[in-house]
Design a protein. Structure first.
Length: 287
């Protein structure tokens, strides 16, 4: 049983009677499912002016705890947003952009990333990126960036085609100038270790680290425009048990193998989640 106060009214929530199933088809072979029990709210009482004032005072005394809880929820929303963008865009390559100098200027970092992506868009039409930012132990910023697989070669400033890694590194160094810069490129490896779902998990790890470290900066990630995340399908399954909901989900799944999906129970074991990535090659199948 749960309780909440809305506009001075005490409400009580009763769990049971079925489940809500949230289904997302993100395209590119990505599907997500999440279930939670249905909650029915009823009005219990209207608080007196004094009781409502006491409630507001109590909320004020817990302000620090509430801010921390809000921060954690924001981190989870950002993590979810990055995961969805990676899957919808189908990114499968990771770049790490670093500085040789101990560069700790947040505004300058944002300007460098913006300029780097502007120049890369001129080199590669359709260039798309999702970036997460992290501090090294020494305090210097670096950038973890998910992109589409780079072509084998790109045109250098001389017009001669060379290995794409050399061009990307030259672009970043031309942006960072005297601060120095380097680039690490990790493309998809055997057995789809760089499938979009794996890339999303990699970026999310650094985003959550930034939140847990208490960084005051507001934007934990940035991305190109032009990608729309499909809205989820919400299904109320009145009278269904959790086991019956699980069975519905597995009946709905495309043909897949165990290595292509991950699943688990929600925090209070009253719901479950499942993530399917058909880009991951089954074990024993050449990538």
């Amino acid at each position: 049983m749960m309780e909440r106060i809305v506009g001075g009214e005490l409400q009580r929530g009763h769990i049971g009677g079925g489940h809500e199933l949230v289904r997302r088809d993100l395209g590119n072979g990505h599907y997500e499912y999440r279930s939670r029990p249905l909650v029915t709210w009823e009005s219990v009482a209207v608080l007196s002016d004094g009781a409502h004032a006491d409630y507001l005072d109590q909320r004020e005394s817990l302000a620090d705890d509430m801010r921390q809880a809000n921060l954690e929820r924001a981190a989870q929303r950002a993590k979810t947003r990055v995961r969805h963008l990676c899957k919808v865009a189908g990114v499968d390559t990771l770049l790490t952009l670093t500085y040789q100098a101990n560069m700790q200027d947040w505004a300058l970092l944002k300007a460098h990333v913006k300029e780097f992506n502007r120049r890369m868009k001129r080199l590669i039409p359709g260039w798309f990126y999702i970036a997460a930012f992290e501090r090294q132990h020494r305090g210097a910023w670096h950038v973890h960036m998910a992109v589409h697989r780079l072509p084998a070669q790109l045109a250098a400033s001389t017009g001669v085609k060379v290995k794409s890694f050399n061009v990307v590194r030259a672009v970043w160094r031309s942006v960072t100038c005297d601060l120095g810069g380097n680039v690490d490129v990790q493309s998809r490896k055997r057995n789809s270790q760089r499938a979009p779902s794996k890339v999303a998990a990699y970026l999310s790890k650094y985003m959550l680290k930034a939140f847990s470290d208490g960084d005051a900066w507001s934007n934990r990630f940035s991305s190109s425009k032009g990608v729309t995340v499909p809205k989820p399908e919400r299904i109320r399954l009145v009278g269904y048990s959790l086991l019956e909901v699980v069975q519905l989900v597995f009946d709905d799944l495309k043909t897949c193998c165990s290595s292509q999906f991950d699943c688990g129970m929600t925090r209070f074991n009253d719901g479950f989640w499942l993530i399917l990535d058909l880009n991951i090659k089954p074990s024993g199948v050449p990538s």
